[in-house]
Design a protein around this ligand. Structure first.
Ligand SMILES: NC(=O)c1ccc[n+]([C@@H]2O[C@H](COP(=O)([O-])OP(=O)(O)OC[C@H]3O[C@@H](n4cnc5c(N)ncnc54)[C@H](OP(=O)(O)O)[C@@H]3O)[C@@H](O)[C@H]2O)c1
Length: 292
C-alpha cells in the first residue's frame, strides 16, 4: 500500500490524514506546531520531527498548509527540496491558478512530479463518497495513485494537465458559494429589518428554491450558448429585473442598511440599460462582468 508523507495538520490537514489512516495507509505527518501532528498518532499516523523526515519516508507527499507563501517557503528549504526530488508532490493548499502554475513549474525544474489539488469541501466531508477534490497536472501520476485520492473524496477527479485548472475551478465554485452566502446574509438582514421571523423566511425560501435553481440553470446554459438577446424563452428581461430590484434598493435605503452590495448590483443594471439592453436577457449582464 502507498506510504504517504503529509505536511500540515491544521483543521483540513487533520481530516485528510485521519481519512488516509482509516483506509489502513501509513501516513508520516509533520506540522509546524508539533502537538497537532502528535495528536494524529491516535488515528495511527506517525508524527515526524521535520518535514524532510516525513517526505523521505513516503512514496507520495501531500501538503495542506494555510497558503502558498507557507508551502513555497517549506518546499524551498534545501533539505526539503532534496527529499522531494523523484517523488510525487500533491499540493492541497488553496491558491490561485497562477500560484499553482508557478509551483508546478518550480517542481518540474527540480525533478519533482506535481499535482495541484482543490478541495471542494469542508473537513467534515473529507473521506465521503460524494466529496469532490479536483486535481490537475501529471495525469499518469494521478491515475497511478487514484485509490489514494478516492480515499479522501469519492468524487475526486482529474481536470487537466495545466497545473492551474483545479485552482481555476475552485475560484469559480467559490464565487458561486460566496454569492449564495452573501445573498443569505442580505436576505436575513432585510427580513430582520422588516420584522420577519427567520423561520418564516426559511419556509418561504424553501418554496422559492426551485425557482432560483431553475433560473440558475437557465442562465448558465444561456451564457454558455451566447443566447443573451431577449427572446420568447426569456424568463424576465433586464428591465423587468431592474424594476423589481429597485424595490430592494428602496428597502435598503428606508431601513438605513449597508448599500454596498445593492449599489454594486445596481451598477450592472444601470450600465446595461444605458447601453440599450433593457429588453435583453439577464445573460447579457455576463459581458459586464468582464468589463464595463
Ligand atoms: N477548512 C476548510 O473548510 C477548507 C476547505 C477547503 C480548503 N481549505 C484549505 O486548506 C488549507 C488549510 O486550511 P485549514 O482550515 O486547515 O487552516 P488551519 O486550520 O488554519 O491550518 C493551517 C495549517 O497551515 C500551517 N501553517 C500556517 N502558516 C505556516 C507557515 N508559515 N509554515 C508552516 N506551516 C504553516 C498551520 O500550522 P500550525 O498548526 O503550526 O499553525 C496549519 O497546519 C487552506 O489552504 C484552506 O484554504 C480549507
Amino acid at each position: 500500500m502507498t506510504t504517504i508523507g503529509f505536511l500540515g495538520a491544521g483543521r483540513m490537514g487533520t481530516a485528510l490524514v485521519a481519512a488516509l489512516c482509516r483506509t489502513g495507509r501509513t501516513v508520516h505527518v509533520w506540522n509546524r506546531t508539533a502537538e497537532k501532528a502528535q495528536a494524529l498518532a491516535a488515528f495511527g499516523a506517525r508524527p515526524e520531527r521535520t518535514p524532510e523526515a516525513a517526505v523521505a519516508a513516503a512514496d507520495i507527499v501531500m501538503v495542506n498548509l494555510l497558503d502558498y507563501v507557507a508551502s513555497d517557503a517549506l518546499f524551498q528549504r534545501p533539505e526539503v527540496t532534496e527529499a522531494l526530488k523523484g517523488r510525487l508532490l500533491v499540493q492541497l493548499t488553496s491558491g490561485s491558478p497562477k500560484t499553482a502554475r508557478d509551483t508546478g513549474a518550480w517542481a518540474t525544474v527540480k525533478g519533482i512530479d506535481y499535482l495541484d489539488g482543490a478541495i471542494m469541501a469542508t473537513p467534515d466531508f473529507i473521506g465521503g463518497v460524494e466529496t469532490q477534490i479536483l486535481y490537475s497536472g501529471a495525469r499518469d501520476r494521478y491515475e497511478k495513485y487514484e485509490a489514494v485520492f478516492a480515499a479522501l473524496g469519492g468524487k475526486s477527479a482529474f481536470v487537466g494537465e495545466d497545473f492551474g485548472v483545479a485552482s481555476a475551478l475552485d475560484g469559480a465554485l467559490l464565487a458561486q458559494l460566496w454569492g449564495t452566502l452573501f445573498g443569505t446574509l442580505q436576505a436575513t438582514t432585510i427580513a430582520r429589518a422588516e420584522g420577519i421571523a427567520l423561520d418564516d423566511y426559511a419556509a418561504s425560501l424553501k418554496l422559492f428554491r426551485p425557482v432560483i435553481d431553475g433560473a440558475e440553470v437557465d442562465l448558465l446554459s444561456r451564457v454558455r450558448d451566447g443566447r443573451d438577446r431577449g427572446d420568447e424563452a426569456t424568463l424576465a428581461t433586464i428591465a423587468a429585473h431592474n424594476t423589481a430590484f429597485q424595490h430592494l434598493r428602496h428597502i435598503v435605503a428606508e431601513r438605513g442598511l449597508n448599500p454596498a452590495i445593492t449599489d454594486a448590483f445596481d451598477s450592472y443594471f444601470a450600465a446595461a440599460i444605458a447601453n440599450g439592453h433593457g429588453n435583453d436577457d439577464f445573460a447579457m449582464l455576463a459581458s459586464y462582468m468582464v468589463s464595463q
